[in-house]
Design a protein around this ligand. Structure first.
Ligand code: C2E
Ligand code: MG
Ligand code: MG
Ligand code: MG
Length: 280
C-alpha cells in the first residue's frame, strides 16, 4: 500500500521527488560516515530551571551534528532519518555515554536524554542503559529518559516492559512534546511516567486566552495524577509568570538558556559564577 502510494507520488512529482530522495540518501550516507569518524557529532546541554526558585534543576542532552559542508543540521531533520535507517541506536549510545560521563564528572546534577518509542522497544535497550550507568557508577535516579512518540511507534507491550525494567532500577521517565500527535492523555493513562513536558507549540501560543487555558488545564490534570510538569520553549517573561501561576514545576527555553556546549554546561552546573547572564 505504502509502496503503491510512493509510486503514484513519484509519477506526479517526477524529478523533484528523485532529488529529495537522493538528498535523503546522501544525508544518510554522511550521517553514517559521521558516526564512523566520531568527529561531527556532539552533545549540547540545555538547562532546565525550577519555576518557583529559578534554581538550576537539570540538563537536557541534545544531539548536534555539524556537517562538514552543510554546517549544523537540525535534529528534526537527522533524527527521523536516523530512525528510518537504524542509525538512531548509535547516536543514542553516543549521547547517553556523554551524559553519563557528565553525571560522573559533576556530582549532584540530573540529566535527561531523548529516546523514541522505537528505540525503547529495541531488544536489550534497558540492559544497555543500565550497563552504561553502572560503568560510570552513576545512580540511575539521576537519569531521566524523555520518550517521544513517533509514527513508527512499536507494540505497546515491548515499550512497557522496557519502561518498567528501567523504572524499577530508578530511572525516571517523561513524556516529551506532550499534547502533540501521539502524546496525549490516553497515553499517560497506560504508560507509567514521572513527568510530562508540555510541547513548545502550546507555550508559544500562550498569549492567546484559549491556549493559555489549555496549558493551565494540562498542568492541573498532570498535578492531579501526581506528575511533574516541565514547560518547554519558554521565550517570554509573560509565559514564565503565567506558568509560575499555574503551578508548573520546571521551565526550559531560550528565555532562560539556549542549549550549551558541554564545557559551558559543566561550568554552569558546577556553579561557576563567571557564567552569569546565562541564568535568567
Ligand atoms: P525535544 O526533546 O522536544 O527538545 C527540545 C527542542 O526545543 C530542542 O531542539 C531545543 O533546542 C528546542 N528549544 C529549547 N528551547 C526553545 C525555545 O525557547 N524556543 C524554541 N523555538 N525552541 C527551543 P533540538 O535540539 O533541535 O532538537 C529537536 C528534537 O530532536 C528534540 O526535541 C528531540 O525530540 C530530538 N532529539 C534531539 N537530540 C536527540 C537524541 O539524542 N535522541 C533522540 N532520539 N532525539 C533527539
Ligand atoms: Mg526532549
Ligand atoms: Mg519536546
Ligand atoms: Mg521534540
Amino acid at each position: 500500500h505504502a509502496k503503491a502510494a510512493g509510486r503514484n507520488t513519484h509519477a506526479i512529482f517526477g524529478s523533484h521527488m528523485d532529488e529529495l530522495l537522493s538528498n535523503r540518501r546522501a544525508l544518510e550516507a554522511d550521517l553514517r560516515l559521521a558516526l564512523q569518524t566520531h568527529s561531527q557529532l556532539e552533545t549540547f546541554y540545555q538547562p532546565v530551571y525550577a519555576a518557583d526558585t529559578g534554581a538550576l534543576s537539570s540538563l537536557e542532552a541534545l544531539a548536534r551534528w555539524k556537517h562538514p559542508t552543510l554546517g549544523y543540521v537540525s535534529p528534526d531533520q537527522f533524527i527521523p532519518l536516523a530512525e528510518e535507517s537504524g542509525l538512531i541506536h548509535e547516536i543514542s549510545a553516543l549521547v547517553l555515554e556523554d551524559a553519563c560521563r557528565m553525571l560522573a564528572e559533576v556530582p549532584g546534577i540530573h540529566i535527561a536524554v531523548n529516546a523514541s518509542a522505537l528505540e525503547l522497544a529495541s531488544p536489550g535497550y534497558a540492559l544497555r542503559v543500565l550497563g552504561i550507568l553502572a560503568r560510570w557508577q552513576v545512580q540511575p535516579n539521576r537519569l531521566e529518559i524523555e520518550l517521544t512518540e513517533s509514527a513508527m511507534a512499536p507494540e505497546k507491550s515491548e515499550l512497557e516492559t522496557t519502561i518498567s525494567t528501567l523504572r524499577s532500577a530508578g530511572v525516571r521517565f517523561a513524556i516529551d512534546d506532550f499534547g502533540t500527535g501521539y502524546s496525549t492523555f490516553s497515553r499517560i493513562q497506560r504508560i507509567e511516567v514521572d513527568r510530562i513536558k508540555i510541547d513548545k507549540s502550546f507555550i508559544g501560543e500562550m498569549h492567546q486566552g484559549a491556549s493559555r487555558a489549555v496549558v493551565s488545564a494540562m498542568i492541573s490534570m498532570a498535578k492531579a495524577k501526581g506528575l511533574l510538569v516541565t514547560a518547554e520553549g519558554v521565550e517570554t517573561d509573560e509565559q514564565r509568570s503565567a506558568l509560575q501561576d499555574f503551578g508548573c514545576d520546571h521551565l526550559q527555553g531560550f528565555l532562560l538558556s539556549k542549549p550549551l556546549p558541554r564545557s559551558t554546561a559543566i561550568t554552569l552546573a558546577a556553579g561557576d559564577q563567571k557564567v552569569s547572564g546565562i541564568r535568567a
